[in-house]
Ligand binder design. Structure first.
Ligand code: HSE
Length: 306
């Protein structure tokens, strides 16, 4: 095999009370990436999209991740990577992670799968660090493993895939860019013990709710007193959109990753479509341009495509 095409999905990190550790994968949108072996021992990147990302492999997230893969695998050839991004950079649904994960999973498929999924997350982290200025894996882990994942530790990497019931995510993306690196500089450096207790109580109970498939418990746990208060001003009409979603039957939700996307969870496709409409109605009455998506929580991460 000299060529492989993969679909690398969007992901939602943090999941309200799990800052920098909890995340889940969506079925779509997904970046389409075609990786080919070349004889020259270098990396060529071609973008078939209009996001204006660098094609310099040392500055492109996918290029950096691919180089980390090549160094670790010691391959005796190069790669050409053609990327058609569907996930807008700076959207808060794991655009840079999709680039990094798609690149390393495709390279693994083309080279006889020398690395495990966990090793691939580690290699993709090199690319993610270029985009966000920090080595965190809460988008990378679900992007590769699918489902919900917990990053217990980023260094050394320790990732756990979490069982979950059938759930739907609604993502509304106001078309403004929030850079993760910027959204991290506004976070509090110290947290009152009272707030920390609330967060880890909710996170622990959320994991129990996911394993039990207990929708009421999941709903009660989607609360965050630490990160959301510091970031919500970056997102237009955040409170109004979430409140409309709750009135329409959502289980709960909040800022997706570092924003500006807002995600909400629902327990059926019908409920998800009602929630999506309620969220759209808030922005439709304004001049805010936005996109919205409804997706089941994906069972798989990056997948091979035709
Ligand atoms: N956990 C990260 C953050 C996700 O919220 O900054 C964004 O990539």
């Amino acid at each position: 095999m000299d060529q492989v095409r993969v679909l690398s999905p969007a992901t939602v990190a943090n999941v309200v009370c799990g800052f920098d550790c909890l995340g889940f994968a969506l079925e779509g949108p997904a970046d389409n990436m075609l990786l080919s072996k070349t004889s020259a021992q270098d990396i060529t990147i071609i973008h078939r999209d209009n996001f204006g990302l660098s094609t310099d492999p040392t500055r492109n997230v996918a290029g950096v991740a691919l180089q980390a893969f090549m160094d670790a695998a010691g391959v005796d050839h190069g790669f050409e990577l053609e990327i058609t991004k569907q996930i807008m950079p700076g959207s808060g649904i794991g655009s840079s992670s999709a680039s990094a994960c798609g690149a390393v999973v495709a390279a693994n498929l083309l080279t006889g799968e020398p690395f495990s999924a966990h090793e691939l997350i580690e290699l993709a982290m090199a690319g993610e660090a270029v985009a966000s200025g920090a080595r965190h894996a809460d988008n990378l882990a679900p992007c590769i493993l699918g489902g919900f994942t917990v990053v217990r530790s980023a260094e050394p990497l320790d990732v756990i895939r979490i069982e979950s019931p059938e759930l739907y995510a609604i993502v509304v993306h106001p078309q403004i860019e929030v850079r993760t690196a910027d959204a991290r500089t506004i976070l509090p450096q110290e947290v009152p013990l009272r707030s920390a207790i609330k967060n880890w109580s909710n996170l622990a109970a959320l994991i129990a709710g996911l394993y039990r498939g207990d929708m009421d418990l999941i709903s009660r746990c989607l609360v965050d007193e630490i990160v959301e208060p510091a970031r919500q001003h970056l997102i237009p009409l955040f409170r109004e959109v979430r409140s409309a979603a709750m009135s329409a039957g959502s289980l709960g939700g909040g800022i997706s990753g570092s924003g500006p996307s807002i995600f909400m969870l629902a327990n059926s496709r019908e409920a998800a479509e009602r929630v999506e409409q309620a969220m759209r109605d808030i922005y439709s009455g304004t001049d805010i341009i936005f996109k919205s998506y409804v997706s089941r929580i994906a069972r798989d991460g990056v997948r091979q495509a035709e």
